[in-house]
Design a protein around this ligand. Structure first.
Ligand code: AGP
Length: 604
């Protein structure tokens, strides 16, 4: 979603800001802008559409400015227009904003009745106008920021620059924000994502909610100060080194990041199992040995929710512990029954998904333990959890999550094995090794049969993915992947559920991607027969050498399920990732940045 990058220092702010915004492009946006200080004035350059539009406007001017703030906007309040793009500014201040000001419309009415004029339809401009109003009353920037922030409601992050100084100010409520510092080069940074600051700011600060951060570049060093909203000094922030690397920013030999990330899976599976079984992560898992919770509350969104469905199966079947999985946007408003000793487990790649964070907050308010399965170390979810289980997937750039899903599920599986006290069972290690080996085989041949199948089916009207038991979450995930990147209608169903409604959709233009594992084989085959009888096109993914059933399918993708009693769904899922990828490519969509989607959904 929206991205923020700010800079103050002796150099030209334009370079690091545009580079940072480019790195955040993958998160999804529809307009971009920058505010620079030119000839002592705040000058805003912004444009709807891709960042390249902004870059060409800037390159016409060759500006040099020691301070600047930049933004990529994903529209919420107000259409996709240049006026609504950020920054919003006036003769005193410029502001960029991520999030939503919930009471914006009533505040705007009041401000208009007081004579203030608005240039955009955004909620963000309300903050600028409030800040300006209070500054005119007090002449104090910090005080005005605090007052404006106290007046608004909702979850937001703001970065502010002012005409009168080269200071960067920022603050937030339940939205990502990181302050960066490079003391050697005397440069101060701020961003909504540490990824934007890799290679620029070795030291990072994470202010907590309601803490104002003021960065000033002095003659000898960068001074970073933190204040509470009553303007007393604050120590509510965390400091850490920037541990991210730049490796993930290039596609290497691959045409798309998504393809690269699918191919990374075998190597990452090996690394994750080495980390948790034999490396540093072992002590984290050892802490779970014998652990029992009367109830696990798993919450997540999208693909991470599908990972939750898989992990619930492990907790229930391997550990015989109760677990519920809820979509975070539902859980947060359902007044969940939460009891002492229970655990909230939040699954998220970004660790910044607004709904998932709200569930974490809710569990914390109810004083139950919060665990996370998360990719981004230092993210809000990570920082606020009692215990974190990192998935070590590296940066995932493709909006369609692939490697993160695999590693989320694997991490949940390892947690389950840890609770069972099974971490030293050689069968566990060899099953994971086998998974990585089998996925590597699929990757090596993905341009063969999977591409051919995609060529045969990509133009069809709709796709129904079916699976039973442990393959049901994979049916949901396969359908989500396809609809996200190929823009075709796709649904996932429990195979046995077809006849209760969705079978009405089946005709010769509908493809059934039927996942037929060795478990409950005959029952799942009879569901395929039902589709066949209604002339549906059948792509069956099943055990190889199952000749008696191969004829039932229009296209049969045979896999070796042996030796993967618990992990075979992850193996099948890679086939679905490739199918979605090839279909999307044939349709010519924007695979890494599909329309309307954002990588990190930081608003409700
Ligand atoms: C996955 O392909 C999606 N783009 C989306 O469903 C994603 O999984 C969801 O928004 C949750 O994100 P998170 O893992 O960063 O919390």
């Amino acid at each position: 979603m929206c991205g923020i990058v700010g800079y103050s220092g002796p150099g030209n702010s334009v370079g690091p800001i545009l580079e940072g915004l480019t790195r955040l492009e993958y998160r999804g946006y529809d307009s971009a802008g920058i505010c620079l200080k030119l000839n002592g004035q705040l000058e805003i350059i912004k444009k709807e559409g891709k960042l390249d539009n902004l870059k060409s406007l800037i390159s016409e001017k060759h500006p040099f400015s020691n301070i600047g703030i930049g933004h990529t906007r994903w529209a919420t309040h107000g259409g996709v227009t240049t006026d609504n793009a950020h920054p919003h500014g006036n003769e005193l201040f410029a502001v960029v904003h991520n999030g939503i000001i919930e009471n914006a419309s009533s505040l705007k009415k009041e401000l208009i009745s007081e004579g203030y004029v608005f240039k955009s339809q955004t909620d963000s401009e309300v903050f600028l106008v409030l800040l300006t109003k209070y500054f005119k009353q007090t002449g104090q920037t910090l005080q005005s920021i605090s007052k404006a922030f106290n007046t608004i409601s909702g979850n937001s992050a703001f970065v502010i620059m002012e005409k009168s100084t080269d200071k960067l100010y920022c603050l937030k409520r339940s939205a990502p924000l990181v302050v960066g510092e490079n003391d050697e080069t005397r440069e101060a940074y701020v961003s909504s994502d540490p990824f934007a600051l890799v290679g620029y700011a070795p030291k990072l600060y994470f202010p907590q909610d309601g803490v104002i951060c003021e960065s000033t570049v002095l003659a000898t060093h960068v001074q970073v100060k933190f204040f509470e909203l009553d303007l007393t000094p604050s120590n509510r922030y965390k400091t850490q080194g920037n541990v991210m690397t730049m490796d993930s920013t290039t596609k290497g030999p691959y045409e798309h990041f998504m393809l690269k990330e699918i191919h990374e899976q075998p190597g990452l599976i090996d690394k994750l199992s080495a980390f948790y079984l034999k490396g540093e992560g072992r002590s984290v898992l050892n802490g779970l040995s014998g652990f029992q919770s009367p109830m696990w509350h798993l919450t997540a969104c999208g693909t991470a929710w599908h990972a939750g469905l898989m992990i619930r199966n492990y907790f229930e079947q391997i550990n015989r512990q109760r677990a519920s999985v809820e979509i975070a946007s539902e859980f947060r408003y359902k007044q969940p029954i939460l009891n002492k000793e229970e655990v909230g487990l939040f699954i998220s790649q970004s660790g910044e998904t607004a709904d998932t964070l709200a569930c974490q907050e809710l569990c914390q308010e109810q004083k139950i333990k919060t665990f996370s399965i998360v990719n981004v170390e230092g993210s809000t979810l990570f920082r606020n959890a009692d215990k974190n289980f990192l998935i070590h997937a590296g940066v995932e750039i493709g909006v369609a999550s692939t490697k993160a899903f695999t590693l989320q599920v694997l991490t949940g599986y390892l947690m389950s094995q840890a609770m069972k006290g099974n971490l030293d069972d050689p069968k566990l290690f060899s099953e994971i090794q086998l998974l990585s080996h089998r996925i590597a085989e699929i990757c090596a041949h993905s341009d063969g049969v999977l591409k051919e199948v995609a060529e045969k089916i990509y133009a069809q009207k709709g796709f129904i993915f079916t699976g039973r038991g442990k393959y049901f979450p994979i049916a949901l995930e396969g359908a989500l992947k396809l609809k996200e990147i190929a823009y075709v209608h796709a649904e996932g169903y429990a195979a046995g559920e077809l006849k209760h409604g969705p079978i009405a959709l089946i005709d010769e233009n509908i493809v059934n991607i039927a996942i037929v594992g060795p478990e409950l084989l005959e029952k799942t085959i009879s569901n395929v027969e039902e589709v066949k009888a209604r002339r549906g096109i059948i792509v069956m993914i099943g055990p190889k050498d199952l000749t008696e059933y191969e004829e039932l399918a229009d296209f049969y993708i045979g896999l070796n399920f042996e030796g993967l009693p618990n992990l075979s769904p992850l193996y099948v899922n890679v086939v679905l990732q490739f199918l979605a990828y090839h279909i999307a490519k044939l349709k010519g969509t924007d695979i890494d940045k599909p329309r309307n989607l954002a990588k990190s959904v930081t608003v409700e």
